[in-house]
Ligand binder design. Structure first.
Ligand SMILES: [Zn+2]
Length: 537
């Protein structure tokens, strides 16, 4: 159908934008009001770019169908819709997870009855693509990053379906999380964009509610603004101060209503990006300046439970005493015969809990090709060293981190990362990367290269090679050097002898005593647990 639209209209074009894991190309459908498809030229005209991503979870296909209908309607100027294109260009990924979409079955969604048959959540590599935006294990994510970098969308919508809870709404929204944006954009989102989207939806058939993420076991006690990290589409967009959001259609409603409500949201969002193109552009331009000047970067957030506002919520009474007809055991659920309308607290403020200091440069050894490939795709600027050199830099040592017993999305994701910093003189070589921080992708670079950031390359195992030792010592081969070390360091020798006296197990363990000396000496390899990305402040 997109090919037909491409053939019929000169102001719309279907592009192939790189590959996906199933070997088939990722498509991008661009709708303008003139035959101009160069993002730079379009941006120069002051137009906003609205990006819509569909079918990342193929069992959640409302956006696939809604986008097709919207593209058709706006191109045929139904109800004067084409006017929106004067100020905004719409770019659509028809289906993102093509491999999963082809893996169709009526048995992919055990709690969903319509549509009868859908694709599968995992892609051709069995990856959940909505966890892959920073680590980019998939070709899909690599292609997506290139599209995102090329088009720098002002707003991005990723369409989904949810079974999280039951209520009366057909469509819910994970709005852009204002606290992830610089102050000027935080204000724009809270005062203008988010209220306008909810008000716009109220004018139509389908009312919108924030995605129902509970504070407690009952929505009446309050719901929370869901905060997506950078591995998710909307969190990824926020790294570039792009207004990324997610619709979650409600799984238990009829499919035609789900598609129609998704369509209504796309139309509402397109109307907003068109009508407010000047203020969106202004907010992002000013936001960019604010982001580029930051001195601290928040790496963790905590929900502020003192900040909330009351919103109207149309739910069904929740109960944990419903008797299951299958097992005969009491279970949690909702009683659809008991709808209610209530004012409930909505908690929408996340406060930064931990910061890292922003360096002026990172120095990245050229051997980390997989990291460099991802930085390139995301449009990061850097220069390379012209000569071999020794530089004084600040480096982090990974003191502690945990890893799960079973892999998560193809990785042994590191949690609870603890580090300490040291200033060291380190040899770098011609061709190593010098990455200046005062550039547009500053937040992306920080998120990816600060080891403690939640979706950093370190967390996702790109630097695991530093976590075990290479040289180490032999229990008997190190003895001569150990004796010499004790002779040359009388203070340490005293400490060593005291420990032997006090700790009998230690005194009887040859290897432990040798390790005690080795680990305190300059023989201990400096590269062990040393995160290899240097920082210059
Ligand atoms: Zn989903």
């Amino acid at each position: 159908m997109y090919r037909l639209l491409d053939n019929n209209y000169t102001n719309a074009q279907l592009f192939e934008e790189g590959l996906t894991d199933v070997g088939k190309p990722l498509h991008l459908f661009v709708i303008n009001n003139e035959p101009e498809f160069n993002p730079e030229k379009i941006k120069q005209e002051g137009k906003t770019v609205l990006m819509i991503n569909n079918g990342i979870h193929p069992g959640e296909p409302e956006g696939i169908d809604a986008s097709l209908k919207f593209a058709d309607d706006i191109l045929r100027n139904k109800d004067g819709l084409a006017k929106l294109l004067e100020n905004t260009v719409i770019i659509i990924i028809p289906v993102y997870n093509i491999g999963g979409h082809l893996n169709r079955s009526a048995y992919n969604r055990s709690g969903q009855t319509t549509p009868y048959e859908t694709g599968f959540r995992g892609n051709a590599k069995n990856l959940d693509l909505n966890r892959d935006f920073t680590k980019c294990d998939s070709e899909n994510a690599k292609s997506f990053t290139k599209i995102f970098t090329e088009w720098n969308p002002d707003a991005m919508l990723d369409t989904h379906t949810t079974n999280g809870s039951d209520h009366q709404y057909t469509i819910t929204l994970i709005s852009p999380e204002p606290d992830l944006f610089p102050p000027v954009q935080d204000k724009f989102l809270r005062d203008k964009m988010i209220p306008s989207l909810f008000a716009g939806m109220k004018n139509g058939k389908y009312e919108l509610i924030p995605y129902v993420a509970w504070m407690n076991d009952d929505p009446k006690k309050g719901i929370v603004l869901w905060k997506d990290g950078a591995r998710y589409s909307s969190g990824f967009a926020s790294l570039f101060d792009s207004y990324g959001m997610v619709t979650e259609n409600h799984i238990y409603k009829d499919y035609p209503d789900r598609v129609a409500s998704c369509y209504q949201f796309i139309e509402t969002l397109a109307k907003f990006t068109s009508k407010n193109s000047a203020s969106i552009n202004k907010s992002r331009k000013e936001g960019e300046k604010e982001s580029m000047a930051i001195t601290e970067y928040p790496i963790t957030y905590e929900l502020d439970t003192t900040q909330f506002r009351m919103i109207e919520f149309k739910g069904y009474e929740a109960s944990d005493t419903i008797v299951s007809p299958v097992t005969g055991v009491k279970r949690f659920g909702y009683d659809r015969s008991k709808p209610f309308t209530a004012q409930i607290p909505y908690y929408d403020t996340w406060e930064p809990a931990e910061f890292v200091k922003v360096p002026e440069f990172y120095v990245l050894p050229q051997s980390y090709h997989e990291v460099i490939e991802r930085l390139d795709n995301a449009g990061v600027n850097y220069s390379t060293l012209k000569n071999d050199t020794v530089m004084e830099v600040t480096v982090d040592y990974i003191d502690k981190c945990t890893s799960p017993k079973a892999p998560y999305n193809g990785h042994y994701y590191h949690d609870k990362v603890q580090t300490h910093s040291e200033v060291q003189k380190i040899a770098y070589y011609k061709g190593d990367l010098l990455i200046p921080m005062r550039q547009k992708s500053i937040k992306y670079i920080l998120e990816m290269l600060e080891p403690k950031a939640a979706d950093s390359f370190f967390r996702w195992n790109f630097f695991d090679n530093i976590l075990d030792q290479r040289e180490y010592f032999s229990s008997y081969g190190f003895e001569d050097n150990a004796i010499k070390y004790l002779e040359d360091h009388p203070d340490f020798n005293r400490k060593f002898q005291e420990k032997r006296k006090k700790d009998t197990a230690f005194a009887q363990n040859h290897r432990a005593q040798m390790a005690f000396i080795y680990n305190n000496s300059e023989w201990l390899e400096k590269t062990w647990k040393r995160y290899p990305v240097g920082k210059i402040y």
